[in-house]
Design a protein around this ligand. Sequence first.
Ligand code: ATP
Length: 220
Amino acid sequence: MKAIGIFGGAFAPFHNGHLRVAIECRERLDLSVMHLIPTANPPHRTVARVSAQRRLEWLRLALRKEKGFVADDREILRQGTSFTFDTLTELRAQYPKASLVLIMGADAFAHLHTWHRWKELLNLAHLVVIARKGAKLDASAECASTLEGLRTTDPDALHNAPAGLWMQLDLPLLDISSTRIRRLLKKKQSVRGLLPDAILNHITAADIAVLTQDEDATTH
Ligand code: ATP
């Protein structure tokens, strides 16, 4: 069964840490295509004031020369809060016969139980949690009983069922975050090498002004 990857985030801005996760997941899990989804109105956090449209444009620039990736604007086009449950429901309708593989960082996985209709996410997709090599990952106490018996260590298993399993994937993670990029920009220091040149070459003074606004002052 072909498998479709899904990786969402604020991407404010998209950076090489995100890009490596996307590329390595696609290769290691043999994903036919990977949907990268900038979130519009996430329930748990605020996104720096930079517009969803601009974050999407950066993502498109980063992916322009990459094969097998989609800059997916569905959360931006949808009204209201960006629930992963709704995104997966849409993708399931788009790919009724494929395996869906939702990629998330260990930070997000630790809070999975706070996600809208989280218990139903495994009906729609598999879950792959990115971890630093050597890290021991366990489901949170709140998720343990729901996820019990659903864990696999075999990437092939993700191709044998459309949804319902979760797996830890160890990757050598780059020590890059969007927060760090915004802080460096604020100090007028170089961010070259932290994000794709295609994005860097398009970042304007107006973008930098928005990206470096005080996070405290940020609202939806
Ligand atoms: P911020 O610093 O603004 O919180 P971020 O760099 O963590 O942003 P997000 O857009 O919030 O990026 O991340 C989306 C997903 O990407 C999250 O699941 C996060 O764990 C993961 N991620 C972010 N940076 C890295 C990285 N360097 N390596 C691997 N995964 C990452």
